[in-house]
Design a protein around this ligand. Structure first.
Ligand code: PEP
Ligand code: MG
Length: 537
């Protein structure tokens, strides 16, 4: 038996046979006639991506595909190819010259944002070449127990594959924060990345542990027995979490804890029982509107669907948090040397005041149509920003009044994710509630970029500096007399729940899939003496 260790990218266990990617039979002849010119090929490739985007249910996946469609539609992309085409080069040769120059630029960039998109560019290179050859990527069929091994998998190829419950993915390269890892987690497909170049023979039996980041090749009988035991334990844990998900969350002492959902789109709530939670604690509208903010009526309808689902309970809609690692076409800054410290979140919205007002008007109108709506501002740093939003809200209310449209001013809250705001929450001016964005608060407190796997281990919530800051935020909310929640990834990690409850938090917001396990951790808090802490293991 050989045990290989990589990095954990998506949890879960799988036992199966190794299939090298791309799987045989992965390409099929495209029915349309091959394009004659390179611009036609780019248009066909973009059309295929748009088709894929229409069939995709995840807002994050749609954002990835949207980036590719936008990129292929940029006229500047073909500029290096034009002289070659004029000199009589084949379209495929000219395309490779153009895209390879872009790939080299992205690879050499100091900016993580561009380096993380190199995989997308390679994907587009292959897709356009396939279209030029009269072939379009077909859906890949894999054996039910396939352990797919690849150097890397492009997001669009991942999305074009029908993944089954017994499969897993092992990448020689990649990173846990890459888009494809995010997609694997959202599909509960075990994934190990950064495994290196050790040989993994196709056809061999393998056990993949996506939570531990390990691959066992040709497992011996003991390893197979361990696999069975762990799989049974995971299944039991999953069933127990499902049972805990049903009732309201209470601590061991009977204290009620509010459990809210994070969503990026109403489609994520299809099939989710509203009784699972106390409402929606975070709507990430920048993922909802990945193609750019739509008009007021479209936004109004989208917020209305969420309010309807919540049935009068709170729905906290965050205004666009574009920029940083979440560019929104036509909205965010085209280039920034340090996007996480740049014009993102509320800073960007205040610079795009007319577009921002479209969102605010839609929110004011949605608030009139359903109880429970609240507006949450991302990346707030100081009181002047909150005052500026209040002035815009007043202007929007005037406009709506003038147009005879029903509206209401809902509660206005702030995300606590910039350390300066965390240290002075009670000084941000009159606000109605606050929610800690622990993903950003951790990266800014620890000076460790959240999308860089080399430094992300530093972003440890157990650091005394972060614990102290969390305590100050809880105190600041008490001084200001406002409700406080936490909606970053820490709220979805059962092992972190005791720390959050001990800091004084009594409201947590998380993806629906985490609710059962988090409620279990809440029920076990505080741990009795000699008991492992709630959520451990
Ligand atoms: C956060 O920063 O914790 C948060 C919830 O916002 P996002 O992850 O969207 O930046
Ligand atoms: Mg944030």
């Amino acid at each position: 038996m050989t045990r290989l260790v990589g990095q954990a990218a998506a949890p879960g266990l799988a036992l199966g046979r190794v299939v090298e990617w791309p799987a045989a039979g992965g390409a099929a002849v495209h029915e349309a006639a091959p394009p004659r010119t390179l611009p036609e090929a780019l248009e066909q490739a973009a059309a295929l991506l748009r088709e894929l985007r229409e069939r995709t249910d995840s807002a994050e996946a749609r954002a990835i595909l949207e980036f590719q469609v936008e990129f292929l539609g940029d006229p500047a992309l073909l500029e290096p190819a034009l002289p070659l085409l004029q000199q009589g080069s084949e379209p495929a040769t000219a395309w490779c010259a153009a895209i390879d120059a872009q790939i080299a630029d992205f690879e050499a960039s100091d900016d993580d944002y561009f380096r993380h998109r190199v995989g997308d560019l390679r994907d587009m290179r292959a897709r356009v070449l396939a279209v030029l050859a009269g072939q379009a990527a077909a859906e890949v069929e894999l054996p039910a127990d396939a352990i797919v091994v690849a150097d890397d998998i492009a997001p669009s190829r991942f999305l074009a594959t029908r993944w089954g419950p017994r499969q897993a993915v092992v990448l020689r390269g990649g990173s846990p924060t890459a888009h494809v890892a995010l997609l694997a987690r959202s599909r509960a497909l075990p994934m190990v990345v950064a495994l290196g170049t050790a040989p993994i023979p196709p056809g061999s039996t393998a056990i993949v542990d996506g939570g531990a980041g390990t691959v066992e090749l040709a497992p011996d009988p003991q390893a197979l027995a361990r696999f069975e035991q762990r799989r049974d334990a995971l299944e039991q844990g999953r069933r127990a979490a499902e049972r805990s998900a049903a009732g309201p969350a209470r601590t061991r002492g009977g204290e009620r804890v509010q459990v809210l959902l994070n969503v990026s789109d109403a489609t994520e709530l299809e099939g989710v029982d509203p009784a699972l939670c106390d409402g929606i604690g975070l709507v990430r509208t920048e993922l909802m509107f990945a193609e750019g903010p739509p008009d007021e009526a479209t936004q109004l309808a989208a917020y209305g669907r969420l309010l309807h689902w919540a049935g009068g309970r709170q729905v906290v809609v965050r205004t666009l948090d574009a920029g940083g690692d979440k560019p929104v076409p036509g909205w965010s800054m085209p280039y920034e040397a340090n996007p996480f410290l740049g014009t993102r979140g509320l800073r960007l919205s205040l610079r795009q005041a007319e577009g921002f007002k479209v969102q605010l008007r839609a929110l004011l109108r949605a608030a009139a149509g359903g109880d429970g709506l609240r507006i949450l501002l991302p990346m707030v740093t100081d009181a002047a920003e909150v005052a500026a939003v209040r002035a815009l809200l007043a202007a929007c209310a005037d406009e709506l009044r003038g147009a005879g449209l029903a509206h209401r001013l809902p509660p206005l809250g702030v995300m606590v994710e910039v350390p300066a705001a965390a240290l002075a929450l009670d000084r941000l001016g009159p606000v109605d509630f606050a929610s800690i964005g622990s993903n950003d608060l951790l990266q800014y407190t620890m000076a460790a970029a959240r999308d860089d796997p080399r430094v992300s281990p530093l972003a440890d919530a157990a650091h005394p500096g972060f614990e102290r800051l969390l305590g100050l935020v809880v105190q600041g909310a008490a001084v200001a007399g406002i409700p406080l929640s936490l909606c970053g990834a820490l709220a979805a990690q059962p092992a972190q729940v005791p720390r959050l409850l001990a800091a004084g938090l009594r409201s947590l917001s998380m993806p629906a899939a985490a609710v059962g396990a988090v409620k279990q951790a809440i029920a076990g808090w505080p741990a009795a003496p000699h008991e492992p802490p709630a959520g451990a293991g």
